[in-house]
Design a protein around this ligand. Structure first.
Ligand code: BG6
Length: 364
């Protein structure tokens, strides 16, 4: 049921304030500044025993996994990284007893992710799921997990499930942090920020008409870059992924820091860049990169926060509300969903069922 929306993707984008409420509900503990995640089936001692976190997923779930890895490193100070499950399963991975493996999947049926889970289990590793569909193959195979409660997602391009994955990682990072060096006060700071997310997402969605205008401009280009640095890089990757999936435009993500090591050679009037420029400790470096792009004639659309001073630079902006720095990627991703949606709408493509793609890839 489209409920009056023209596409499932539009509906699912708009549902995000409520779907985020659902993943949070009953899971925030103000007294101890911690998340309550009983479904993980891990005691505090077990949680404390992990010295590494490895996140596995495919496509957008992999990119959100990278957002999650950064959150876990920042809040829990445990080495964490994400890898495409499709690669992991074929490369004879080293499974370590003190690594917490996290499988991320909307459908819970993606065959590459399911096989990665089996490989980990066969070698005695501990794997938990961050899955939307209750009772799905991956959810059942894992030793425990956190359900996303995003509700059914129909559009091939994932939106509300991804946002709940990112919030789910914030909850897991909080749990891992609070059995280590994250203080009660810092835990509370993150809890308060998580609680404010649904209202902030709503305020981003209110800017849809402006974002639609930006989408018309970027859709005119044959090819574009998405750039971000550290927390912003997986945001750029997911933004580019969504853009290419439904608008069929070549969209390539780079670390902002890598621009001068190669991709800058391609910048000219015909290649616009969507730059993620949050207000944080790296703002100055990101602004310098924007300046370098502009100096070569490249157009820039910035996804940024209020108060970031672009000075003389003529840069159109999508301004996103600020949350705690560790959680910024959750909100920075939202306007990029709308950018992709409106670019595809402008170009007249089949938004909910892009060519050559399936909602979940369940066969080899
Ligand atoms: C891909 C879909 O094949 O699978 C992507 O086209 C999706 O949209 C990815 O992100 C992973 O799917 P799931 O269900 O495991 O999250």
């Amino acid at each position: 049921d489209l409920g009056g929306y023209p596409h499932y993707m539009a509906k699912e984008i708009q549902e995000q304030p409520e779907s985020v409420e659902r993943i949070i509900r009953g899971r925030l503990d103000d007294r101890f500044g911690v998340a309550r995640l009983d479904g993980l089936n891990l005691t505090p001692r077990e949680l404390r025993g992990f010295s590494r976190v490895k996140i596995l997923g495919c496509g957008s779930a992999y990119y959100v996994g990278q957002i999650g890895a950064t959150m876990i490193e920042e809040l829990a100070r445990i080495p964490a990284d994400a890898e495409a499950a499709s690669e992991f399963r074929y490369r004879n991975p080293i499974i370590e007893a003190d690594t917490l493996y996290i499988a991320v999947s909307q459908s819970g049926e993606t065959i590459d992710t399911a096989f990665a889970v089996e490989e980990i289990k066969r070698k005695g590793g501990r794997v938990v799921g961050l899955v939307n569909v209750v009772g799905s193959t991956i959810a059942r195979a894992c030793d425990g997990g956190v359900y996303l409660h995003a509700g059914p997602e129909i559009a091939v391009a994932s939106t509300k499930a991804l946002t709940n994955m990112a919030v789910g990682f914030a909850l897991i990072a909080l749990s891992l942090g609070r059995v280590r060096d994250l203080s009660n006060a810092d835990g509370q700071r993150i809890i308060d920020a998580i609680r404010a997310l649904p209202g902030q997402i709503k305020s981003i969605l209110d800017f849809e008409p402006e974002i639609a205008e930006h989408a018309k401009t970027v859709a005119a280009a044959k090819s574009l870059f998405f750039v971000g640095r550290v927390r912003g890089y997986p945001v750029a990757r997911e933004g580019a992924q969504k853009f290419k999936e439904i608008s069929y435009r070549h969209a390539e993500a780079y670390q902002t820091s890598e621009l001068k090591h190669g991709p800058l050679a391609l910048i000219d009037e015909s290649l616009p860049t969507v730059a993620v420029v949050p207000s944080d400790e790296l703002t100055g470096r990101n602004l310098a990169a924007v300046q370098q792009i502009k100096a070569r004639g490249g157009a820039v659309l910035a996804v940024t926060h209020a108060g970031v001073d672009f000075g003389e630079l003529d840069v159109p902006r999508i301004v996103v509300p600020k949350t705690e720095p560790e959680l910024d990627p959750i909100l920075l991703t939202i306007p990029l969903q709308l950018l992709a949606y409106h670019a595809a709408l402008t170009l007249g493509y089949d938004i909910d069922k892009p060519r050559n793609l399936a909602k979940s890839v369940t066969v080899e």
